[in-house]
Design a protein around this ligand. Structure first.
Ligand SMILES: C[S@@+](CC[C@H](N)C(=O)[O-])C[C@H]1O[C@@H](n2cnc3c(N)ncnc32)[C@H](O)[C@@H]1O
Length: 275
């Protein structure tokens, strides 16, 4: 395991990352909806089309990021977790998992995982660890949990509790049984006292327009996506103990004082503890 304070920088790629600006990619379009600049014309074109079909998509993206902030605050604060495995990280933003966790406890260790080449290009912004802790970026596919665990074990002590963060990522694993198996494999590898945090789009909670938006996405962008029902998403937490308020619209999960009136968005969010 790297020593305290290590910032494990990705090895120089043998080949340059395969960024294709001509096809809209999820990490870049998500960045566009969040008001970021790390996106191309094709991303903006698809992003605008989706927004016309599903006007709340920007609210969903912002609510998801606020959920991340509150969930990490809870995990590093009340729950006392010091290790985070953030799968489907997305492009760096103002408040990344390590910024949020290390603001509570500087010794937190964070492993980021994504498979988008554009995220790899910007990964150095995720490696600004406080010296007491550590951050690492791993380029890996969620469909390969063994590879993720092997890489994570180089930075995290998998004998100590880990918060497994899977925000807006399981919707890219199209087969539900495979998605359940991936979550089970990851949670089996971490001890009692670990946590799972999930956000996931749904056509419930007022998200009916997302059916047409996702159909357009799947014909014009990558990777393909799907929604799930609340009951299906609850299945990710089988064997775990959901913390209050349970599985709810992510905007309604422990809203802060300035968010007490936040409207529900069609994106479920939940956090659960491994007993
Ligand atoms: C909707 S964004 C969510 C980003 C961040 N977790 C958040 O909640 O703001 C989904 C991320 O998952 C990544 N992703 C999609 N499919 C993936 C896969 N098969 N393996 C790893 N990451 C993937 C995308 O590149 C993108 O960065």
């Amino acid at each position: 395991m790297p020593q305290t304070g290590d910032h494990v920088v990705p090895e120089p790629a043998a080949r340059p990352p395969r960024v294709d600006p001509s096809v809209a990619h999820n990490a870049r379009v998500w960045n566009y909806w969040l008001g970021g600049k790390d996106n191309f014309e094709a991303d903006r074109r698809v992003g605008d089309h989706v927004r016309r079909a599903f006007p709340v998509i920007g609210d969903v993206a912002r609510a998801d990021r606020r959920f991340l902030a509150r969930a990490v605050g809870f995990l590093a604060g009340t729950a006392g977790v010091r290790q985070f495995l953030d799968i489907g990280t997305g492009l760096p933003s103002a408040d990344n998992t390590h910024d949020l966790a290390q603001a509570v406890a500087p010794e937190c260790r964070i492993v980021y995982v994504d498979n988008d080449p554009m995220v790899l290009v910007h990964a150095r912004a995720l490696l600004t660890s406080r010296p007491e802790g550590a951050t690492r970026y791993v380029e890996a596919d969620i469909h390969r949990p063994e590879a993720i665990l092997a890489a994570a074990a180089e930075t995290l002590d998998l004998g100590q509790p880990v918060a497994v963060m899977m925000l807006g990522i399981l919707n890219f694993v199209l087969d539900t049984d495979e998605a359940y198996a991936i979550v089970r494999r990851l949670m089996d590898a971490v001890p009692s006292g670990s946590y799972l945090a999930v956000t996931h789009p749904t056509v419930e909670l007022g998200g009916e327009a997302n059916v047409a938006a996702m159909a357009f996405w799947n014909e014009n962008a990558a990777p393909p996506i799907r929604s799930r029902t609340g009951a299906e998403i609850a299945g990710f937490f089988t064997g775990l103990e959901l913390v209050a308020p349970g599985l709810v619209s992510c905007s309604r999960w422990r809203p802060g004082p300035d968010e007490a009136d936040a409207a529900p968005v069609p994106q479920y969010g939940g956090v659960a503890r491994k007993p």
